[in-house]
Write a protein that binds this ligand. Structure first.
Ligand SMILES: C[S@@+](CC[C@H](N)C(=O)[O-])C[C@H]1O[C@@H](n2cnc3c(N)ncnc32)[C@H](O)[C@@H]1O
Length: 226
Protein backbone atom coordinates (compact mmCIF):
# COMPACT_ATOMS: atom_id res chain seq x y z
CA UNK A 1 0.00 0.00 0.00
CA UNK A 2 2.68 2.49 1.13
CA UNK A 3 4.85 1.41 -1.79
CA UNK A 4 2.03 2.22 -4.26
CA UNK A 5 1.51 5.66 -2.69
CA UNK A 6 5.26 6.42 -2.94
CA UNK A 7 5.33 5.17 -6.54
CA UNK A 8 2.36 7.46 -7.28
CA UNK A 9 4.14 10.47 -5.74
CA UNK A 10 7.31 9.69 -7.70
CA UNK A 11 5.26 9.33 -10.90
CA UNK A 12 3.49 12.66 -10.37
CA UNK A 13 6.23 14.78 -8.77
CA UNK A 14 9.48 12.83 -9.43
CA UNK A 15 10.78 15.27 -12.06
CA UNK A 16 10.03 18.31 -9.90
CA UNK A 17 11.69 16.74 -6.84
CA UNK A 18 14.72 15.59 -8.85
CA UNK A 19 15.33 19.13 -10.14
CA UNK A 20 15.64 20.16 -6.49
CA UNK A 21 17.88 17.17 -5.67
CA UNK A 22 15.22 15.46 -3.56
CA UNK A 23 14.78 11.75 -4.10
CA UNK A 24 12.13 9.43 -2.74
CA UNK A 25 13.87 6.11 -2.67
CA UNK A 26 13.91 2.84 -0.78
CA UNK A 27 16.78 2.20 1.59
CA UNK A 28 17.99 -1.13 2.98
CA UNK A 29 14.71 -2.92 2.53
CA UNK A 30 16.23 -6.32 3.28
CA UNK A 31 18.17 -5.50 6.45
CA UNK A 32 16.35 -6.93 9.45
CA UNK A 33 18.38 -5.31 12.23
CA UNK A 34 16.68 -2.31 13.83
CA UNK A 35 18.37 1.00 12.99
CA UNK A 36 18.10 4.28 14.87
CA UNK A 37 18.22 7.26 12.51
CA UNK A 38 17.02 10.69 13.58
CA UNK A 39 14.53 11.72 10.88
CA UNK A 40 15.01 15.38 11.80
CA UNK A 41 18.66 15.49 10.69
CA UNK A 42 18.74 17.26 7.34
CA UNK A 43 21.11 14.83 5.56
CA UNK A 44 19.71 11.29 5.64
CA UNK A 45 22.51 9.77 3.55
CA UNK A 46 25.27 11.21 5.74
CA UNK A 47 23.62 10.05 8.96
CA UNK A 48 22.53 6.70 7.59
CA UNK A 49 26.10 6.04 6.38
CA UNK A 50 27.46 6.91 9.82
CA UNK A 51 24.97 4.53 11.44
CA UNK A 52 25.96 1.66 9.12
CA UNK A 53 29.66 2.26 9.64
CA UNK A 54 29.32 2.56 13.41
CA UNK A 55 27.54 -0.80 13.35
CA UNK A 56 30.46 -2.37 11.43
CA UNK A 57 32.96 -0.94 13.88
CA UNK A 58 31.03 -1.78 17.04
CA UNK A 59 29.85 -5.22 15.90
CA UNK A 60 33.38 -6.24 14.91
CA UNK A 61 34.72 -4.73 18.15
CA UNK A 62 37.25 -2.65 16.21
CA UNK A 63 39.41 -0.86 18.77
CA UNK A 64 40.01 2.89 18.91
CA UNK A 65 38.41 6.17 19.81
CA UNK A 66 36.49 8.59 17.59
CA UNK A 67 36.90 12.22 16.57
CA UNK A 68 35.50 15.08 14.59
CA UNK A 69 37.81 17.76 13.18
CA UNK A 70 35.52 20.70 12.35
CA UNK A 71 32.67 20.53 14.85
CA UNK A 72 31.03 23.97 14.64
CA UNK A 73 27.79 23.61 16.66
CA UNK A 74 28.16 19.85 17.07
CA UNK A 75 25.16 18.90 14.93
CA UNK A 76 26.95 15.91 13.36
CA UNK A 77 29.28 15.22 16.29
CA UNK A 78 26.28 14.55 18.51
CA UNK A 79 25.48 11.46 16.40
CA UNK A 80 29.09 10.27 16.52
CA UNK A 81 28.75 10.48 20.30
CA UNK A 82 25.41 8.64 20.16
CA UNK A 83 26.62 5.79 17.93
CA UNK A 84 29.87 5.32 19.86
CA UNK A 85 28.68 5.68 23.47
CA UNK A 86 31.62 3.77 24.96
CA UNK A 87 34.41 5.59 23.13
CA UNK A 88 36.12 8.90 23.78
CA UNK A 89 34.98 11.51 21.25
CA UNK A 90 37.63 14.16 20.51
CA UNK A 91 36.12 17.44 19.34
CA UNK A 92 38.68 19.51 17.39
CA UNK A 93 37.78 23.06 16.44
CA UNK A 94 38.86 26.63 17.00
CA UNK A 95 35.21 27.23 18.04
CA UNK A 96 35.93 30.68 16.56
CA UNK A 97 35.54 29.83 12.89
CA UNK A 98 38.18 29.54 10.17
CA UNK A 99 41.76 30.59 10.89
CA UNK A 100 43.20 33.44 8.83
CA UNK A 101 46.13 31.27 7.61
CA UNK A 102 43.80 28.63 6.11
CA UNK A 103 41.55 31.28 4.59
CA UNK A 104 44.45 33.06 2.86
CA UNK A 105 45.77 29.77 1.50
CA UNK A 106 42.37 28.75 0.10
CA UNK A 107 41.72 32.12 -1.51
CA UNK A 108 45.24 32.35 -2.98
CA UNK A 109 44.89 28.91 -4.54
CA UNK A 110 41.42 29.81 -5.90
CA UNK A 111 39.80 26.91 -4.02
CA UNK A 112 37.06 28.95 -2.36
CA UNK A 113 35.96 32.42 -1.39
CA UNK A 114 35.62 31.40 2.28
CA UNK A 115 32.34 33.29 2.59
CA UNK A 116 30.90 31.40 5.55
CA UNK A 117 31.38 32.41 9.18
CA UNK A 118 31.44 29.62 11.76
CA UNK A 119 32.25 31.77 14.80
CA UNK A 120 28.77 31.73 16.35
CA UNK A 121 29.27 28.68 18.53
CA UNK A 122 30.74 27.77 21.91
CA UNK A 123 32.15 24.72 23.66
CA UNK A 124 29.37 24.93 26.23
CA UNK A 125 26.63 24.84 23.57
CA UNK A 126 28.32 21.95 21.76
CA UNK A 127 28.63 19.88 24.92
CA UNK A 128 25.01 20.55 25.83
CA UNK A 129 23.97 18.75 22.60
CA UNK A 130 25.94 15.60 23.33
CA UNK A 131 24.09 12.58 24.67
CA UNK A 132 27.28 11.45 26.51
CA UNK A 133 29.21 14.66 27.27
CA UNK A 134 31.35 12.82 29.80
CA UNK A 135 32.90 10.90 26.88
CA UNK A 136 33.93 14.11 25.06
CA UNK A 137 37.38 15.68 25.02
CA UNK A 138 37.37 19.19 23.60
CA UNK A 139 40.54 20.13 21.71
CA UNK A 140 40.13 23.83 21.12
CA UNK A 141 42.51 25.74 18.86
CA UNK A 142 44.07 25.92 15.44
CA UNK A 143 44.57 22.45 13.96
CA UNK A 144 47.18 20.90 13.59
CA UNK A 145 48.91 22.93 16.36
CA UNK A 146 46.12 21.95 18.77
CA UNK A 147 46.72 18.24 18.23
CA UNK A 148 50.33 18.14 19.42
CA UNK A 149 49.60 16.29 22.66
CA UNK A 150 47.10 13.76 21.25
CA UNK A 151 48.51 10.27 21.13
CA UNK A 152 45.65 7.83 20.54
CA UNK A 153 44.27 5.35 18.02
CA UNK A 154 41.03 5.90 16.12
CA UNK A 155 38.21 3.76 14.70
CA UNK A 156 36.18 6.63 13.22
CA UNK A 157 37.04 10.22 12.29
CA UNK A 158 34.95 12.88 10.57
CA UNK A 159 36.93 15.67 8.89
CA UNK A 160 34.69 18.62 8.08
CA UNK A 161 36.86 21.71 7.88
CA UNK A 162 35.95 22.81 4.33
CA UNK A 163 39.38 24.22 3.42
CA UNK A 164 42.46 22.65 1.81
CA UNK A 165 45.05 22.99 4.59
CA UNK A 166 43.08 21.50 7.50
CA UNK A 167 41.68 18.70 5.30
CA UNK A 168 45.17 17.72 4.13
CA UNK A 169 46.70 18.08 7.59
CA UNK A 170 43.76 16.24 9.15
CA UNK A 171 44.38 13.25 6.89
CA UNK A 172 48.14 13.40 7.53
CA UNK A 173 47.49 13.42 11.29
CA UNK A 174 44.67 10.86 11.58
CA UNK A 175 45.33 8.31 8.84
CA UNK A 176 48.44 6.81 10.52
CA UNK A 177 46.49 6.66 13.80
CA UNK A 178 43.54 4.77 12.30
CA UNK A 179 43.26 1.12 13.21
CA UNK A 180 42.68 -1.53 10.54
CA UNK A 181 38.93 -1.52 9.90
CA UNK A 182 38.66 2.17 10.84
CA UNK A 183 36.89 4.76 8.69
CA UNK A 184 37.40 8.45 7.89
CA UNK A 185 34.63 10.65 6.47
CA UNK A 186 35.75 13.79 4.64
CA UNK A 187 32.93 16.22 3.98
CA UNK A 188 32.68 18.51 0.93
CA UNK A 189 34.76 16.44 -1.51
CA UNK A 190 32.05 17.01 -4.13
CA UNK A 191 31.17 20.53 -3.02
CA UNK A 192 32.20 23.01 -5.71
CA UNK A 193 31.98 25.85 -3.18
CA UNK A 194 34.94 24.31 -1.29
CA UNK A 195 37.24 22.87 -3.95
CA UNK A 196 40.12 22.67 -1.46
CA UNK A 197 38.44 19.78 0.34
CA UNK A 198 38.62 17.63 -2.81
CA UNK A 199 42.21 18.74 -3.51
CA UNK A 200 43.26 17.88 0.06
CA UNK A 201 41.82 14.37 -0.27
CA UNK A 202 43.30 13.87 -3.74
CA UNK A 203 46.77 15.06 -2.73
CA UNK A 204 46.85 12.92 0.41
CA UNK A 205 45.42 9.82 -1.24
CA UNK A 206 47.63 9.91 -4.33
CA UNK A 207 50.79 10.51 -2.24
CA UNK A 208 49.92 7.66 0.12
CA UNK A 209 48.30 5.23 -2.28
CA UNK A 210 44.98 5.35 -0.41
CA UNK A 211 41.54 4.80 -2.00
CA UNK A 212 38.26 6.52 -1.26
CA UNK A 213 34.54 6.12 -1.98
CA UNK A 214 32.44 9.20 -2.80
CA UNK A 215 28.91 9.08 -1.35
CA UNK A 216 25.91 11.13 -2.53
CA UNK A 217 25.18 12.96 0.73
CA UNK A 218 24.40 16.68 0.82
CA UNK A 219 28.02 17.85 1.11
CA UNK A 220 29.44 15.20 -1.23
CA UNK A 221 31.56 13.31 1.31
CA UNK A 222 34.15 10.61 0.68
CA UNK A 223 34.75 7.62 2.89
CA UNK A 224 38.26 6.28 3.43
CA UNK A 225 38.77 2.84 4.94
CA UNK A 226 42.02 1.76 6.57
C1 LIG B 1 31.45 23.31 8.21
S1 LIG B 1 31.90 23.60 9.85
C2 LIG B 1 31.69 22.03 10.61
C3 LIG B 1 30.26 21.55 10.60
C4 LIG B 1 29.97 20.33 11.44
N1 LIG B 1 30.86 19.23 11.20
C5 LIG B 1 28.55 19.87 11.20
O1 LIG B 1 28.34 18.89 10.47
O2 LIG B 1 27.63 20.51 11.74
C6 LIG B 1 33.65 23.77 9.73
C7 LIG B 1 34.36 23.94 11.04
O3 LIG B 1 35.74 23.70 10.87
C8 LIG B 1 36.47 24.50 11.77
N2 LIG B 1 37.87 24.61 11.28
C9 LIG B 1 38.26 24.86 10.01
N3 LIG B 1 39.61 24.92 9.95
C10 LIG B 1 40.08 24.66 11.20
C11 LIG B 1 41.40 24.55 11.77
N4 LIG B 1 42.51 24.70 11.04
N5 LIG B 1 41.49 24.27 13.09
C12 LIG B 1 40.38 24.09 13.84
N6 LIG B 1 39.11 24.18 13.37
C13 LIG B 1 38.97 24.46 12.05
C14 LIG B 1 35.71 25.81 11.76
O4 LIG B 1 35.96 26.55 12.94
C15 LIG B 1 34.25 25.34 11.65
O5 LIG B 1 33.62 25.28 12.91
Amino acid sequence: MLKSIVQGIVFLFGGWLKKRNFYLTSSLEYLERKRTIDKNYLDYIRLSSLELISHEINFKKVKGNVAELGVYKGKFARYINQYFPDRTLYLFDTFLGFDERDKISDVNHGFSEVGQDFSNTSVKKVLSLMPYPEKCKVVQGFFPDSAGAIDDIFAFVSIDTDLYEPVLKGLQFFFPKMVKGGYIFVHDFNNDGYKGARKGVEDFCSENNVGYVPIPDLGGSVVIVK
